[in-house]
Each structure stands twice: as structure tokens, then as C-alpha cells.
Design a protein around this ligand. Structure first.
Ligand code: AMP
Length: 290
């Protein structure tokens, strides 16, 4: 496995593969890898001839009061795990490599970046869109895999790729959960034992709402209340938002008359957790699919 720390090195590796006619799959991450990340790596290993994983805790997507300095980092063990999985290259750039002195260009994806996490993390998706654009330009992958856990990020990247005619196929991977339903996240390591227990309310709430939709409820207020009720029953959790939106535009749905994304963000103590579920209206569901 190639462990590249410079743009020049990874660019050369990818260029050689492209010249040999090989399809390159790319999984961008901030490291502290867990099974959510490795499930995306598996998709790339399956779909592409060569797989590159980047590990970069991107400062431009963190707000001033956010956890950039505390964010968990363990690049050596991440690289070892990726090597064992059969990943072909890891790109582990420094901050200076990604943002050399004088760097001053940012990518803003309007509309999709507003609302939900965008409202509470100003500048977050500008940072995400910028770093992904730079990474796509360096690696020029044929496909890039993103997790549905970060549903708004996925929508932002899809729009970015479409609008800027970036020549990369965006592939979405399903949310990987703990046995009790909590979505895996590098930030789960911040949770105390009690917070961790109570955090299971996010997915319980989402499933409750899905159940209501299955019974024919289509009003967003009812679905959102079901999620809020589960969260509010846990003293250490406080909801930041619960929204039912169109999964591509992130605009609120007035009725569940097509596929909706029910998305939630909460604080468990000082740790911010997000989760979501895609819900189809009853008439769109396949016979017997429940
Ligand atoms: P991060 O390292 O948090 O920036 O995440 C890197 C990629 O892993 C993003 O595409 C995330 O959506 C994805 N990801 C994180 N957690 C999960 C999860 N539990 N299930 C699926 N994908 C995930």
C-alpha cells in the first residue's frame, strides 16, 4: 500500500493507474476509522480497480468553537487497518499541503447547504465542498463513496459534482449502526456511559416516525414530534433540529407525498450527534416491504 503525504506523490500514483486504464475509487475521511468508514472502503474495493482513502481533519469545515483540536486522530492504526483491507493508497496530507500559504479559494454550494446542519454550523459545507473539490482535482477518481449518515453532505457533494461538471460518480453507502441502533461516528468516543445509553433514542425516534408513516401519517409535524418525544424522554439529550426534507434539495416537505429524509441533530452533553432515515410514503412502498 502506498502511503502518500504529498500532493505530488499521490497525483503521480493516480496518474499511473489512469494511464494503465484502471478505475480509481476514492473514500474521503477524517480518520479515526470505524466500520462506517470501512463499509465505504468495501464498496470502493468492490466497484473500482484501485482504492484511495484520504485521511485529513479538514480545518475549514470546523467552526471556531467546534472540536477541531479535540477531534480523535490515530493515523498509524488507520493506515494499518486500511492496508489489511487491501486498500491501494492512503493520502495523508498535512494542513499546509492542502492549504498552502496564501490559499484563498472556497466553493459555496448554495441552497442545499442551508438549513439543517448548515444553519447551526455556518461555513461547514463551504469547507466540505472546498476540500472535496481540491481532493477530486488532485486524485481525479472515477468514483467517490460517501456515507448516508451525513445526508446533507451527500446532497451537497452531488450538487457540487453536477454544477461544476466534475467527472466523478458519487456513490452512497448505507448507515452502519451499533447493535442498539446508534449510528457509528468518530465522535461517539466523546460520550460518557450514560450519554451513550441515552443516544440510542435518536434511532428509536426515527423508527417510530417511520412506523407512523407506515400507518399512513404524512404530516411532517407528526413525524417530527415522534422523534422529539423520544429525544426529550432522555435527560442528557437536547434536540437541535428534527426536519423532514427532500433528500436532494434539503428543502422542507409539506407532506410525505414522495421520499423524504427525516434528519435529526442532538447534543448529548457537549457532543453533537446526527442521524437520519429515508422514508417513503405508503403508496410508494413495494408490496409486502412493510
Ligand atoms: P468522516 O470521517 O466523519 O468525515 O466521515 C467520512 C465518511 O464516512 C463520510 O462519507 C461519512 O458519511 C461516512 N460515515 C461516517 N459514519 C458513517 C456510518 N455510521 N455509516 C456510514 N457511513 C459513515
Amino acid at each position: 500500500m502506498e502511503l502518500a503525504r504529498t500532493e505530488e506523490r499521490i497525483r503521480g500514483v493516480c496518474e499511473d493507474w489512469r494511464e494503465d486504464g484502471l478505475q480509481i475509487g476514492f473514500v474521503p475521511t477524517m480518520g479515526a476509522l470505524h466500520s462506517g468508514h470501512t463499509s465505504l472502503v468495501d464498496i470502493s474495493l468492490e466497484r473500482a480497480d484501485r482504492t484511495v482513502v484520504s485521511i485529513f481533519v479538514n480545518p475549514t469545515q470546523f467552526g471556531e468553537k467546534e472540536d477541531l483540536d479535540a477531534y480523535p486522530r490515530d493515523p498509524e492504526s488507520d493506515a494499518n487497518a486500511l492496508r489489511e483491507m487491501g486498500v491501494d493508497a492512503v493520502f495523508l496530507p498535512s494542513e499546509e499541503e492542502m492549504y498552502p500559504p496564501g490559499y484563498s479559494t472556497y466553493v459555496e454550494v448554495e441552497g442545499v447547504s442551508d438549513g439543517l446542519c448548515g444553519s447551526f454550523r455556518p461555513g461547514h459545507f463551504r469547507g466540505v465542498a472546498t476540500v472535496c473539490t481540491v481532493l477530486f482535482r488532485i486524485l481525479r477518481p472515477h468514483l467517490a463513496v460517501f456515507g448516508r449518515k451525513d445526508a446533507q453532505q451527500l446532497a451537497v457533494i452531488r450538487r457540487l459534482v453536477r454544477d461544476l461538471r466534475l467527472d466523478v460518480e458519487v456513490v452512497a453507502g448505507p448507515i452502519v449502526r451499533e447493535p442498539d441502533g446508534l449510528a457509528l461516528s468518530s465522535r461517539n468516543s466523546y460520550l460518557s456511559r450514560l450519554e451513550r445509553e441515552q443516544a440510542t433514542a435518536l434511532y428509536r425516534g426515527l423508527l417510530r416516525a417511520e412506523g407512523l408513516a407506515g400507518e399512513g401519517r404524512t404530516d411532517p409535524a407528526a413525524l417530527r414530534s415522534a422523534v422529539r418525544a423520544e429525544i426529550e424522554s432522555q435527560p442528557l439529550l437536547s434536540a437541535q433540529y428534527v426536519e423532514l426534507v427532500d433528500p436532494s434539495t434539503m428543502r422542507p416537505l409539506e407532506r410525505l407525498d414522495r421520499r423524504g429524509l427525516l434528519a435529526v441533530a442532538v447534543f448529548a452533553g457537549r457532543t453533537r450527534l446526527i442521524d437520519n432515515i429515508l422514508i417513503d410514503p405508503p403508496e410508494n412502498r413495494e408490496e409486502g416491504a412493510g
